[in-house]
Design a protein around this ligand. Sequence first.
Ligand code: HXC
Length: 288
Amino acid sequence: MPMEKYQYMSNVWRDGIFDNKVVFCTGGAGTICSAQVRAMVALGANACIIGRNTEKTENMAKDIATSRKGAKVIGIGAVDVRKPELLQAAAERCVRELGSLDFVIAGAAGNFLAPMDQVSPNAMKSVIDIDVLGSYNTVKATLPYLVDSARKHRTDGKTQPLHGTGGRIIFVSATLHYAGTPLQSHVSVAKAGVDAMAVSVAIEQGPKGITSNIIAPGPIADTEGIARLSSSEGRNRSYKAIPSGRFGTVKEIADATIYLFSDSGNYVNGETIVVDGGQWHTAGFANG
Ligand code: HXC
């Protein structure tokens, strides 16, 4: 494995663990989700990334494909996750062109900073629709393929699933709603809904071999979220409040993703992995 791969994940992972598997990711042109997909692709997966901006999504797909010789990565732009028919078509194209759909990352999100009295009904609805309805539309469009993928690796339920289990979903959430966070009522409401959905999917679809988990990133360096949501004063304050003493990296989100999608995560279902350096446990969190 060439060394440069390790900028996207830790070197504890093994080449080829996702061979012949396909990951489908909404918000796939964003900084966090593209790193998650890049790591999966480097370890053998092919991928389909979904975004609203066609040029950005297609360029990101080409770039991710360079992570491994022979990798196939499709970028499908002009897909708003609020439109179920567009996600349906994207999932169908993914399976038609890549052969299966084994893993889903529901990563598309919308956000801005505003006090609730300046959030219009349409603004509140937009964020809830992108995050909650968009995640629902993503699950709805991909679930039949995930169930197929899980079925291939099922056993009698008493023994370990076979190596290379598919049928897994990760919802990319946040930690904002674990306490009250100023200027973030809209996204807090939306992410709480996403978390509830992830657990419902886990318990309802678990018997079919599906796992459904949440990754909740804290402040991750060099992301659109941090750039847009933090003033430099806010950044400095929250930096000090993080027990690990630094912002996280996208590589650390990618590592959590690989854990949940690999055989290491076979029996983890309905859980949240918070990757925030311990920030949400601190008293300074809410105003960080
Ligand atoms: C108040 C705002 C606003 C702002 C938009 N609106 N920006 N209100 N303050 N800064 C209002 C608009 O006026 C409009 O309401 C409504 O929101 C919808 O806006 P549109 O632009 O028409 O719609 P849409 O294209 O759907 O935009 C959705 C969006 C936008 C959420 C508003 O910001 C977006 O698409 N963002 C996607 C990219 C993004 O945010 N990525 C960062 C995710 S980071 P009216 O009433 O005027 O019609 C993240 C991590 C969180 O989620 C954790 C961080 C630590």
